[in-house]
Design a protein around this ligand. Structure first.
Ligand SMILES: Cc1ncc(COP(=O)(O)O)c(C=O)c1O
Length: 392
């Protein structure tokens, strides 16, 4: 059996008619840049995220960059974030000449360890970027407490977490800004690069709209320097066409996660299962933790199962950030996660027999190999039962 990590063709087969009709409308109108399709998409995403404003942009990466630019963050400023994320999170900070200041992760959720944030705040700190990794929100109450105490801006990197929720609040709606990515492999993916920023602050939304068009307002008059961060009408049309399906897809991802937890949770295997500590984890990724990760990945590949490592090198150890002066050992939990985590296929169209096959291959790996229990794994709660109570 062949089980890819993600099967976008299977998804497309179920929405082809709507997507093609939406694209057709854009072609008929020949209105490709901003315009009514983008506005429609912005309204829909704002509503979905329980925010009052949304600004369509060219990607999740540009969303982060535009938010930092909107706050005039630049050389000498410090921005606190996690070293265990996609590169864009810290890349956006560094591109503006600001300094990424990393805080290690909570080993159970892989999100920023909020108990360590306060000690990293200096007089140069301007912002915090918590990342809602794998589709589960970071501990936002704690982040906002530190931010409020020190007058810091909070930019939620919700690229992997559209629709994630805790205590009735959606990802992106708690900080001053929330950034989404519609990269095709995300739960709500466009047909290319696209992104969006949500905010509850009308002034901030206004500035972002200006920044995404080279800071121009009115046209050809520039008070600030921005960039070309506009969302294409074609991408907006695709995202809008897919949005009504998102909750169904999320439910299917949650069902698959629950199934894996059942299948992998039995028999005391040395596997760390996802710890769900918030009300709505949207499972952009279903990530397990094993000490012999690379061997397990190779075993699964031999059996036709696609997996991925998010992420093999934590950001503080990336070559381009050597100038920041971090070394191996600076953030032990991020480094350990980079060695032990593995994402299994969890996409909505995954069938039960595919899930059983994947779990069977994982179990076979443990059955065949030498005992692979790893002392460090014992510190990671395998919350199969408790965790899934929260999966709606
Ligand atoms: C956590 C995180 N931040 C930012 C981004 C950047 O988004 P994009 O690929 O749309 O630029 C991604 C996308 O992979 C992401 O996963």
């Amino acid at each position: 059996m062949n089980v890819p990590l993600l099967d976008l063709k299977a998804q497309y087969a179920t929405i082809k008619a709507e997507v093609e009709a939406a694209i057709g409308e854009v072609f008929e109108s020949q209105h490709f840049i901003l315009g009514p399709k983008v506005e429609q998409c912005e309204k829909a995403i704002a509503t979905y995220s329980k925010c009052s404003h949304a600004v369509g942009v060219s990607s999740g990466s540009d969303a982060l960059l535009a938010c930092l630019m909107a706050e005039d963050i630049g050389p000498g400023d410090e921005v606190i974030t996690t070293p265990y994320s996609f590169f864009a999170t810290a890349g956006a900070i560094a591109r503006l000449g600001a300094i990424p200041v990393f805080v290690d992760i909570d080993p159970a959720t892989y999100n920023i360890d909020t108990s360590q944030i306060r000690s990293k705040v200096t007089e140069r700190t301007r912002a915090i970027i918590p990342v809602h990794l794998y589709g589960q929100m970071a501990e936002m109450d704690a982040v906002m407490r530190v931010a409020d105490e020190h007058g810091l801006v909070v930019i939620e990197d919700a690229a992997q977490a559209i629709g994630a929720e805790h205590k009735g609040r959606r990802a992106g709606s708690i900080g001053h800004y929330g950034c989404f990515s519609f990269f095709p492999s995300k739960n709500l993916g466009a047909a290319g690069d696209a992104g969006m920023i949500v905010t509850n602050d009308a002034k901030r939304a206004e500035k972002l709209r200006c920044l995404r068009s080279h800071g121009s307002k009115p046209k050809y008059y520039h008070k600030i320097v921005g960039g070309n961060f506009r969302l294409d009408a074609l991408q907006a049309a695709v995202v809008s066409a897919k949005l009504p399906y998102l909750d169904g897809w999320t439910a299917a991802r949650q069902r698959n996660a629950k199934r894996y937890n059942q299948l992998l949770g039995e028999g005391g295997l040395a596997i760390g299962l996802p710890a769900v500590v918030t009300d709505r984890h949207i499972f952009n990724q279903y990530v397990i933790r094993v000490s012999d990760r690379d061997k397990l990945q190779a075993h699964l590949k031999r059996n036709g199962v696609g997996t991925e490592v998010y992420y093999p090198v934590p950001l503080h150890l990336q070559e381009c950030f050597a100038y920041l002066g971090y070394t191996a050992g600076s953030f032990p939990e991020s480094e350990r996660a980079a060695k032990e985590t593995l994402a299994l296929p969890v996409y909505p169209e995954l069938t039960d027999s595919q899930a059983q096959f994947v779990a069977g291959c994982v179990r076979e790996f443990f059955a065949c190999g030498p005992a692979r229990a790893h002392a460090s794994l014992n510190t990671v709660p395998a919350l199969a039962g408790a965790a899934m109570e929260r999966v709606s």
